[in-house]
Design a protein around this ligand. Structure first.
Ligand code: GLP
Length: 244
């Protein structure tokens, strides 16, 4: 679906999320959301905060799992995804803190495998993700599933691609300060979501959006795996869709 502007598209995505939450509330159920970071979803979170403040949208029945976090990363650091999520969304809504899950950048290396298996287990025990929102990196990564990621991959520690670290350099005051690794949900984890929405704005994303949507399915561009799912929608602004 192509919208004229990111603002319109973001309002539409937030409305979908709000609808899911209210629908689950009406049935006395929880909504299990997979959340993303980056510039792309910022307006979606702002609209959700507005819906909470102005239209009584409650997040009491919402459980969230974030896609990824740099490793290592302290939660209070400026670049941490914990801090990002707090600032953009969680500090402004009525979500129960115990319902928030974000990969832990403070683990010792030896604790990571167990943490990742437990992350998968927690999602599974809740019946899976109702909705996963995604951005896309210029390498074609979703979450931090860089080129070479397997379609059935689970939550794990990964090494970041050079281009991804270059794109993050500004946030870290230089590429040399960008962590070499990250913990990310896998392609397999994402795929199990009942609904997946990938968002992309801006002409900078147009080449990778074209590859993701029209290119050959390949581990070289992990987002191409999304072509294999019937539950995926790409929501784009006109510039991001301009090469399709
Ligand atoms: C980071 C995140 C991804 C995100 C990507 C695109 O690498 N780990 O989940 O999709 O950046 O970021 P942006 O939305 O800022 O373009």
């Amino acid at each position: 679906t192509v919208y004229t502007t990111p603002a319109e598209a973001s309002v539409a995505v937030a409305a979908r999320i709000a609808h899911l939450i209210r629908d689950k509330q009406a049935k006395g159920e929880t909504a299990v959301l997979g959340l993303a970071t980056g510039v792309t979803p910022v307006r979606v979170y702002a609209e959700l905060v507005r819906l909470h403040k102005e239209e009584d949208l409650s997040f009491k029945n919402v459980i969230t799992f974030n896609l990824d976090e740099y490793y290592p990363m302290q939660p209070g650091a400026a670049q941490s995804y914990v801090r990002f999520m707090n600032e953009q969304l969680f500090d402004h809504i009525d979500i129960d803190r115990a319902n928030i899950h974000i990969p832990d950048g403070t683990l010792a290396e030896g604790e990571i495998i167990d943490f990742c298996l437990n992350y998968e287990r927690q999602i599974e025990e809740l019946g899976g993700l109702d909705l996963q929102i995604l951005g896309i990196g210029r390498t074609g990564h979703i979450g931090f599933n860089e080129p070479g990621s397997a379609p059935n991959s689970g939550t794990r520690l990964v090494t970041l691609d050079d281009m991804t670290r270059a794109d993050a350099a500004r946030d870290f005051g230089g590429k040399q300060n960008v962590p070499a690794k990250a913990i990310t949900m896998g392609i397999g984890t994402i795929f199990k979501a009942r609904e997946i929405i990938l968002m992309a704005w801006n002409s900078k994303k147009a080449p990778i959006v074209k590859k993701a949507v029209e290119g050959d399915i390949s581990s070289e561009v992990p987002a191409t795996y999304l072509q294999l799912s019937d539950n995926v929608e790409f929501i784009l602004d006109e510039p991001a869709a301009s090469e399709l």
